[in-house]
Design a binder for this molecule. Structure first.
Ligand code: HEM
Length: 406
């Protein structure tokens, strides 16, 4: 095949900063077919097309087993996909109903006091005047402390949990549309997966023997929908999904909020003067610098989008972060405007798979963002960021910073 823009989307320039290239292709083509030699893929960039893909599960399936990702399944990472995101039809409906039942607003809110304490402790540390790594020593400390509490795990296990999510965050970002999987990475993921499964299986059994109130593992082990409970392997898959879907993403969003304050000093000053704008500013961070840039689907029929026919069986890469900067929906799409009203970004997806943890993620990032705005006079980034070399994520792995107190 071959495509004039093949080089643009597979280049190092694209991995480092895909937004200008995505904008150009979104305006000129809308849907970009690519065939880099591993697996042909169709890249959907316009807001209206992204909406259509995500709202048409009868045409676009999220079942990864259908997407030829057998390599990962064979590598024994199937637990990553035997979950809600990959499930379709009745299986998805059942798992999602159980998820919805557990993730009630009251359940999420019950963690607010603990979160406030965690944020306060991290702020106190960060404000001591020394340079620190914003990713590992601030953002991840908040999100791992939260997910550990939400799951009801011992706080002493936090470093291990962070290590697991960082390894699997790398693996789940393997770009099947771009390159074959690196066997070493697959093996690392497999071993981590086995370790995690053993750990959570033991935990689950302990909880079944001694049920508790108020944590997620106990809730998933006991919740009944239509007279049925989750099987042990379903609870394990669910818990690991929550850990993976929720940790890297939220960590990066806190980090990216701070990076935006640095990149847009006038807006930062405005936010410090009016912290009531914190929540819309968090939505604007998700729109502009969401950690998840794209999600995958698989075409169940030939479908035409923006004049391009995606064939049945095609891997469809849905670029949330291209849609989130579509000028036909967002005025001045590349600007950070914390007061943007009716911010209809697609950062949490759309339709039946729309993020189950959005309320929890929002609560965490909003509390952290508000504390930063209220307690700092300046956030100084003291070195360039170390950017993850994966075009699918807007992820920073290291960002040295200093917080100056008010
Ligand atoms: C689904 C983004 C945090 C749990 C999704 C999807 C997106 C997303 C885009 C849709 C995937 C698809 O359609 O293929 C984010 C972002 C987060 C975040 C940007 C943080 C800033 C969380 C948290 C949790 C979570 C904290 C839970 C603790 C889930 C689950 C699904 C999901 C279970 C699958 C829902 C389904 O298939 O029905 N998320 N997420 N996420 N997310 Fe999140």
């Amino acid at each position: 095949m071959g495509h004039p823009d093949f080089n643009a989307m597979t280049s190092a320039v694209f991995r480092a900063d895909p937004y200008p290239i995505l904008a150009e292709l979104r305006e000129s083509e809308g849907v970009v077919p690519l065939n880099p030699g591993v697996m042909p893929s169709w890249h959907v960039l316009r807001y209206a097309d992204v909406q259509k893909v995500l709202l048409s599960p009868e045409l676009f399936s999220s079942n990864r087993a259908l997407q030829g990702e057998g390599e990962l399944a064979e590598a024994n990472l199937s637990f990553l996909f035997n979950n809600m995101i990959s499930a379709t039809g009745d299986k998805h409906r059942r798992l999602r109903m159980i998820g919805n039942r557990v993730f009630m607003p009251k359940f999420i809110e019950s963690f607010r006091p603990a979160l406030a304490q965690v944020v306060a402790a991290q702020m106190a540390r960060a404000l001591q005047g020394h340079e620190f790594d914003l990713v590992e020593e601030f953002s991840a400390q908040i999100t791992v402390a939260m997910i550990t509490r939400v799951l009801g795990l011992p706080l002493a296990d936090m470093p291990q949990i962070r290590r697991w999510t960082a390894v699997l965050g790398d693996n789940s970002g393997a770009s099947t549309w771009l390159a074959a999987l690196d066997p070493e990475m697959v093996e690392r993921g497999r071993l981590t997966g086995l370790e995690m499964t053993a750990y959570f299986r033991e935990y689950l059994r302990e909880r079944q023997a001694n049920p508790r109130e108020g944590d997620l593992i106990s809730a998933f082990a006991s919740v009944e929908v239509e007279g049925e409970r989750l099987s042990e392997s379903e609870v394990l898959s669910m818990v690991m999904l929550l850990l993976l879907a929720g940790n890297e993403t939220t960590t990066n969003l806190i980090t990216n909020f701070v990076r935006l304050l640095d990149a847009f000093p006038e807006q930062a000053a405005r936010l410090r003067a009016d912290p009531e704008l914190t929540n819309p500013a968090v939505e604007e961070t998700i729109r502009l610098r969401n950690s998840i840039r794209n999600i995958d689907r698989f075409a169940l029929e030939d479908v035409e989008l923006s004049g391009v026919t995606i064939p049945k069986g095609g891997l469809v890469v849905v670029w949330l972060s291209a849609a989130n900067r579509d000028p036909s929906v967002f005025e001045a799409p590349d600007a950070f405007r914390p007061d943007r009203t009716a911010n209809r970004h697609l950062g949490f997806g759309l339709g039946m798979h729309m993020c189950l943890g959005a309320a929890l993620a929002r609560m965490e990032v909003q509390l952290a963002a508000r504390a930063i705005l209220e307690q700092t006079a300046l956030v100084e980034l003291t070195a360039p960021p170390v950017v993850a070399q994966n075009a699918n994520f807007d992820n920073i792995t290291r960002q040295m910073a200093r917080f100056h107190p008010r």
